[in-house]
Every structure is written in structure tokens, then in C-alpha cells.
Design a protein around this ligand. Structure first.
Ligand code: SPV
Ligand code: MG
Length: 305
């Protein structure tokens, strides 16, 4: 297990803080592997969201704390290692109680993550869009986790995610909790909603009078624009799963076509070239590095004759 240098860690957290506090809307893209994180970096996203849904889906298991913390950490650290962008890690409800949160914060910080996001549901959590138990954690329990996280971290950004609207507890509960999480030391709030219109996140943003940046995840209210979110004063939008969903559709179509046609001739044009893959793998940089060190080695050997 590699750990990053303290200076790299603090600059990742600073970059995330700057993205959250800058006047415009920061845009985060969900990822579960370094290749998709590099694509997001290439097209200009500001932040990478290490998505619990994507990581668990890629492992073929439900997003329900089936994967353990080290598996989620390994995936998140792989993203942080692959890009220069800050990575905000989805840490579900903190993988247990306050003791798990303390351990989690130390582990994520030491692996170069810029921030962690914890949500106020019970452990084990269930993905917010799955019908089932979306019960909130008792307020005191979650406030204790936020305080445990902020007292443990050195540079890590701590985002407190509100699930009151998801669980049907309503706006008053979301606002009450927002105030408590702010007092507990959170650096930002994430307000989640599963409605097809952005009305309730707009209403939350308007009614919340605290000082923290507010983050949204426009998955179901997908027609909302950057301009609208910016105008309402949101700090960051997380496009949490769009890379995974688009690649799944593309893979399904390609595989089906190959099976039906008995040839790959008809799909070839729609595929990424091998060169695109090699570039994302940084093959040219590897070959350059190899040539440089081999030449240096020869020069050193020559000088020693
Ligand atoms: C994730 O990407 O894992 C999230 C966002 O937490 S959501 O799937 O909307 O809960
Ligand atoms: Mg998640």
C-alpha cells in the first residue's frame, strides 16, 4: 500500500476547497477506475467523485455496504493516483460508527484523497434510488461522526450528506440537520433528492442560511443546467454515474452486435482505437522513460570504463 506525501495530500484538499469555494459551479464526474477518471480530467471536469455506486456496480454487487472499507479505499486511491484533480470519496455512512469514521479518515487522508463525503443514513446504507430502507441515522450519532471526522483529519475536506429528502423526512428535518452538521465542523453539505424536478434542492438552497458550500447530485432532475445551479448559488454538481451508464450501454450494444453478426466488422468504427487506450495507459510516457534511463545507464557505464 502506497501512501502519499503530506504536501501532495494538503494540495489535493486545497484544490477541492478552492473548487467548493470558488464563485462558479464546480463540476465533479463520477468514476470507479483510473481510465474513466483520466477521461473526466481530459474533458475538463474540476473534481473526481469516487462513486460508491460505480465501484460496487463494477464489482457486480449492490451499493449497500457489501464492499468493505478497504475495497472502497483501494478504488478511490487508484483514482487519486491517476489524475491531478482532487478526488472526493463517497464513504457511504462512514463504514460503521464513530470509531470506523476515525479509522476511515486517517486511511483516506494517507492515500491522497482530497475529501470524504459521509451520509446520514444507518449502516449498512442502501443506494438512495433503491426502494427500501432509507432510514436516517439518529441526529446525534451522525453529528458525532462529523465531529470525529473533522477532529481527526489534518487536511481532508469533510462533506456531510443530507438524506432527509430521500428518506421522506422533509425539508424541516434537512434544514435542522444542516445546521447541526455545520456546528459539528463539516466543510460542505450535500443535499440529495430523487425527484425528477430540482424544486426541492432549490428550496433547500434558498432556506439554508448557513455558510457552507452546498453540493447537489442531479441524477434524476437531469435537465437542470449549470447556469441554473450557478444562479441558485450551488457550489458543486456531481454527475455521479454517467460514465458508467454510458459505457454499459455501449458495451451491451457492441457485444450483442458481434454475437448477432458473427463478425466485428460492423462495430469497428464505433470502437475506441487501441491508441486511445495506450494513451490513457500512458504508454508513450513509459517508452520515453525507458529510453531515457537506458541511455543514462549506458552513459554511466561508459563513464566508469
Ligand atoms: C454514488 O455515486 O454512489 C452516490 C450518488 O452516492 S447516488 O448514487 O445518487 O446515491
Ligand atoms: Mg454512494
Amino acid at each position: 500500500m502506497t501512501t502519499s506525501q503530506p504536501s501532495a495530500r494538503s494540495s489535493a484538499a486545497q484544490a477541492l476547497r478552492a473548487a467548493l469555494e470558488s464563485p462558479g459551479l464546480a463540476r465533479a464526474m463520477g468514476a470507479h477506475n483510473p481510465l474513466s477518471a483520466r477521461l473526466a480530467e481530459e474533458v475538463g471536469f474540476d473534481v473526481i467523485w469516487s462513486s460508491g455506486l460505480e465501484i460496487s456496480a463494477a464489482a457486480g454487487v449492490p451499493d449497500a455496504n457489501i464492499l468493505a472499507m478497504p475495497e472502497c479505499l483501494e478504488a478511490a486511491a487508484g483514482l487519486a493516483n491517476a489524475v491531478d484533480l482532487p478526488v472526493l470519496a463517497d464513504c457511504d455512512s462512514g463504514f460503521g460508527n464513530v470509531n470506523n469514521v476515525v479509522h476511515m479518515v486517517r486511511a483516506y487522508e494517507s492515500r491522497g484523497l482530497a475529501g470524504v463525503c459521509i451520509e446520514d443514513k444507518r449502516f449498512p446504507k442502501l443506494n438512495s434510488f433503491v426502494e427500501g430502507d432509507q432510514e436516517l441515522a439518529p441526529l446525534g450519532d451522525f453529528a458525532g461522526k462529523v465531529r470525529a471526522a473533522t477532529e481527526t483529519r489534518e487536511n481532508l475536506v469533510v462533506v456531510a450528506r443530507l438524506e432527509a429528502l430521500i428518506s421522506g423526512k422533509g425539508m424541516a428535518e434537512a434544514l435542522r440537520r444542516a445546521e447541526v452538521y455545520e456546528r459539528a465542523g463539516a466543510d460542505a453539505l450535500l443535499i440529495h433528492s430523487k425527484l425528477s424536478e430540482p424544486d426541492e434542492v432549490f428550496a433547500f438552497r434558498e432556506a439554508y442560511t448557513g455558510d457552507l458550500p452546498v453540493v447537489v447530485v442531479p441524477t434524476t432532475y437531469h435537465h437542470v443546467t449549470v447556469g441554473e445551479l450557478e444562479e441558485r448559488g450551488f457550489a458543486m454538481a456531481i454527475y455521479a454515474n454517467h460514465a458508467l451508464r454510458s459505457s454499459l450501454r455501449a458495451m451491451r450494444e457492441t457485444l450483442g452486435r458481434i454475437m448477432r453478426d458473427g463478425t466485428t466488422r460492423h462495430v469497428e468504427e464505433s470502437l475506441a482505437s487501441l491508441k486511445e487506450i495506450f494513451d490513457l495507459q500512458r504508454v508513450p510516457q513509459m517508452l520515453e522513460q525507458q529510453a531515457r534511463y537506458e541511455e543514462l545507464g549506458r552513459d554511466l557505464a561508459e563513464a566508469g570504463r
